[in-house]
Write a new protein. Structure first.
Length: 251
């Protein structure tokens, strides 16, 4: 089992949850340093690096900067086949199962596969589902795919189940960076109950209450990105929610 899945399943066995911070490598390194240090201070479990549009070619510098400032494992969240860097601990091998664009279902994966197979990176087969978060997101625009409607949890369940049957090892449901609203608790709950794979939820999470609701609904990992860039304090806020939350116990 990959280290990534070990971290999540270990926390799960203790009825604990995980927090991942998504770092955009395009931002100034000074900002990457302060986010990495805050992640370390607040016991963040995972760092994701990447996004659908990374323009400046600084992935490598950003990863080494993160690793010089914290000991948290770093996983690439790739937007395309060029975002591979062996310094990372691993990479989410995403297939955009909510979309119907073959390039993002299998095309880019084929191009990346030989390099990944020859690398030491942990490769985590991940069913990636884009869910409508109230506005068009970069993922939707760049991938030229439509998100699953927010009020159609049954479509999300069927899509996640298809991913499980194909052998995917975790599900990432994303409302997209900067979404107006996060994925609904109903959808998270239905997918968790039906699929029972590690469930990563991201997009539009900006408050303790939203985080608490999503963890309680069944999210195993929450991802925060934009909200951290707006206010670095969000890392501490959601870390506190995570550390005080024990499944089934009211706080
Ligand atoms: C986006 O899930 C991540 O792919 C994080 O979303 O930037 O809205 O927090 P935000």
């Amino acid at each position: 089992m990959s280290q990534f899945l070990k971290i999540i399943t270990h926390l799960k066995s203790q009825q604990k949850k995980a927090l991942a911070v998504l770092i955009d490598p395009d931002q100034p390194l000074k900002s990457v340093v302060s986010i990495a240090q805050l992640c370390q201070k607040n016991h963040v479990d995972l760092i994701f690096i990447g996004g659908s549009l990374v323009t400046s070619g600084v992935l490598s510098d950003a990863i080494s900067t993160i690793q010089s400032n914290c000991t948290i494992p770093v996983y690439i969240f790739p937007g395309n086949e060029f975002m591979i860097d062996e310094q990372a601990d691993g990479i989410l091998f995403l297939s955009l199962l909510s979309g119907r664009n073959p390039e993002y279902l299998i095309g880019k994966q084929v191009v990346a596969a030989p390099q990944l197979a020859a690398s030491n990176l942990e490769v985590i087969p991940t069913a990636y589902l884009l869910i409508d978060g109230g506005r068009e997101t970069s993922v939707s625009y760049i991938s030229n795919t439509k998100p699953i409607p927010a009020n159609k949890p049954d479509i999300a369940v069927a899509t996640a189940l298809a991913g499980k049957l194909m052998g995917m090892q975790c599900i990432y449901m994303d409302a997209g960076s900067g979404a107006d609203h996060s994925i609904s608790e109903t959808m998270v709950n239905k997918v968790q109950n039906a699929v029972q794979l590690p469930l990563i939820i991201g997009g539009g999470i900006r408050s303790a209450q939203t985080a608490l609701n999503l963890y309680r609904a069944g999210a195993d990992v929450l991802v925060i990105g934009n909200g951290v860039e707006e206010s670095h304090g969000l890392i501490e806020t959601i870390s506190k929610v995570k550390s005080t939350l024990v499944v089934g116990v009211e706080i």
